[in-house]
Design a protein around this ligand. Sequence first.
Ligand SMILES: Cc1cc2nc3c(=O)[nH]c(=O)nc-3n(C[C@H](O)[C@H](O)[C@H](O)COP(=O)(O)OP(=O)(O)OC[C@H]3O[C@@H](n4cnc5c(N)ncnc54)[C@H](O)[C@@H]3O)c2cc1C
Length: 380
Amino acid sequence: MKVLERIVVVGNSTAGITVANKIRTRIAKEDAEVILIAGGNRHYFNEASVFLPVNYLQGSCLSAPVKSLLKKSILHVNENIKSIDVENNGILTEEGHLIRYTYLVIAMDCVPDPDAIPGFKEEVRSVNEVQSTISLKEDIQNLKQGSIVIGNAPNFKGNQTLASDIAILLSKYFKEKKLDSKIKIQVFFPEDKIHGNTELFNWVENELKSNNVEVIGGFSLTSLNVKNRELVSSAGKTIKYDLPVVMPPESLHKSILSSHLPKTENGRIDIDESTLSIKNNDQIYLIGGSLGIPGSQNIYSALDQAEFVSARIANRISGYRDPGQFKLRIELHPLIDNKLAISALVDDDSLIVGKASETDFLLRLYAHSSYFGREIRGFV
Ligand SMILES: Cc1cc2nc3c(=O)[nH]c(=O)nc-3n(C[C@H](O)[C@H](O)[C@H](O)COP(=O)(O)OP(=O)(O)OC[C@H]3O[C@@H](n4cnc5c(N)ncnc54)[C@H](O)[C@@H]3O)c2cc1C
């Protein structure tokens, strides 16, 4: 009897569901079984959450049951993992189940680590999860004057133009409410680069200034002085706030950190960036936010990575065409007005910016429909 290969994917979000679906499409059921492990029955599409506080979208359109997105023949084990036993090709779940794999794809992102910044938990609003986004919406509706300070914590790994998107939407929102003379909006960035690119930073800075948003570069947030209502940087600079909106610092999951996966000096998992497999191990792959590479959490990068890794594993198991070497690129659609967006591609050091269009804006606003309809299901 033929022994089936087993591909285990950990994580039930953008990267995990997409890669599992693509693997299932590319490898026959007679050759391999596909198992997805992750606790939770619903998947949230975070990308459009910036539109919730200004009432462009309702939260209900941003989530779907995992079951409705996964191909029928993929088994979903609804448990979180506790550790990875690299030596014996096994995953241990928090419920104590041991699940063996022939190939493993880790797609479980990093975890928010708000405790890394004193005062963060008490004071800060964010848009990285639904509850905090709803609270932000209430704060914004109640704010009649003061200063909104928006930015990313130094170790936030996600889309780094997010702060700029929020600022532009809020600037238009308060203008429409005729409160723009009473409410000041400032955006800070930990560096003078965005996704490692200075040109992108300069471009974003110009767009923000033309929307009357003040930009502060090189502000690396280390703490909040709650009494004085100030953000404090590592260099001791301060910014006064009434409403701080900051994407949280993030770190790798304990389950990954405690496993015997090779690590780099800066604490990331040591991967071969041209194959997305961990160094000297062709059976374990990392995609999405778990990679810890700036920009890898970006949805388009996660989809590219899922495409590549599924093809590579299918090539190893059933001779599917070899996808060659992976090249990370970052595709963004930053907002530049409340009705305009633009396409931007960061490819190595170069930045290619398209033409501002209302179509790009609408595509961004309604991205969730094509996302739930095709992309995460692995059709594109
Ligand atoms: C507010 C916001 C706005 C964004 N905007 C944009 C944008 O404009 N453009 C863009 O391109 N991208 C954007 N992104 C990035 C994008 O939405 C995703 O973050 C990206 O697709 C990465 O997906 P992921 O699957 O790697 O991680 P995640 O979506 O974070 O999923 C990780 C999964 O791992 C699971 N998991 C965690 N721990 C365990 C465990 N122990 N065991 C098993 N499973 C576990 C979780 O349940 C989760 O399902 C945004 C993100 C946020 C938060």
